[in-house]
Design a protein around this ligand. Structure first.
Ligand code: TA6
Length: 291
């Protein structure tokens, strides 16, 4: 497939193609593995907006620690079989690049993943997924699920976005006040947030929310905005000290410099796609001036 001049292909590991985007509006990297947006840095930003672990694994069958993992067709552990991959299989399989276009203000890429014998050994449904990516001053990722089969199926899912911050203890997430959430740190507990989300411990929460949020990063003096469509769950995660130490593909101190804000449909918010039907989950990350 012909790529626009602003996109080149590298293989950081044998048989592991990564598309490198150098466009006046932004730089980025997207791996064919998992149709995984690894990096994104809009023009004018001194720091990347997405976080990528320096210890991330670039291996077939393994998820990449950072960027935007595509969690599908289940979020978290498989509901009935713990032996199946965490967060589904979409992020650990190679997708096909269908199209890549460059315009004056952005680059667009479209990836495709379809059911096959391997996926059906994990999840007994025919499906067709597309991941649409628009890279520019903002980053827009759309996960489109189609059901070509004759039976309905239910998916839980997340665009599991890792965001770079200067110092997690100086970060506030605004937009979830008064929202019910499932706190999954320790015993799973339903709670309701009174105010903004602050970080002084492990945070792993599934908020019942369709709203966009603003991440106020006082250390980097920048505000990130995460908007979304087709999502009834917003997941907020920082592993903090102990969990960071348990993650082999994440430096122990890395928790200071990222958080995840995920456009998702988790738990009871799983989406049923009827035969011939489709569903779109979208996240849009942008920056807003600091007042
Ligand atoms: O972001 C929510 C979450 O489910 C956390 O519980 C944590 O497990 C995180 O995803 C990372 O999961 P992973 O399988 O990528 O290590």
């Amino acid at each position: 497939m012909n790529l626009p001049a602003c996109i080149t292909m590298e293989e950081p590991a044998p048989g592991y193609p990564v598309y490198v985007i150098n466009h006046p509006a932004a730089t980025a990297r997207v791996a064919r593995h998992g149709a995984h947006v690894m990096d994104w840095q809009p023009a004018g930003q001194a720091q990347p907006v997405l976080y990528m672990s320096p210890d991330a694994l670039l291996e077939h069958g393994k998820p990449i620690r950072g960027g935007i993992p595509v969690c599908w067709p289940w979020f978290g552990g498989h509901p009935a079989d713990a032996a199946k991959p965490m967060h589904g299989f979409a992020r650990i399989l190679p997708w096909e690049l269908v199209r890549a276009d460059a315009r004056e203000d952005q680059v667009s890429m479209l990836f495709k993943l379809e059911s096959n014998a391997e996926t059906k050994s994990l999840w007994p449904h025919d499906f067709r997924c597309h991941l649409g990516i628009s890279i520019g001053a903002a980053l827009e990722v759309s996960l489109m699920t189609e059901n070509p089969g004759s039976e309905p199926f239910a998916v839980s899912e997340a665009l599991h976005t890792y965001l770079t911050v200067g110092d997690i203890t100086q970060v506030t997430v605004k937009g979830l006040a008064g929202t019910k959430y499932l706190d999954t740190v320790g015993e799973h507990t339903l709670r309701e947030d009174e105010g903004d989300v602050l970080f002084d411990r492990e945070v792993d929460r599934q908020y019942e929310s369709t709203a966009g949020v603003t991440i106020v990063d006082r250390a980097l003096n920048r505000n990130l905005v995460v908007n979304k469509l087709g999502s009834n769950t917003t997941v907020v995660w920082n592993p903090w000290i102990e969990k960071s130490k348990r993650l082999a593909d994440l430096p122990d101190e890395a928790y200071h410099h990222f958080l995840c804000v995920e456009a998702a449909n988790a738990g009871d918010a799983a989406v049923t796609v009827m035969p011939g039907g489709r569903h779109v989950l979208q996240t849009r990350i942008s920056l807003t001036p600091v007042p």
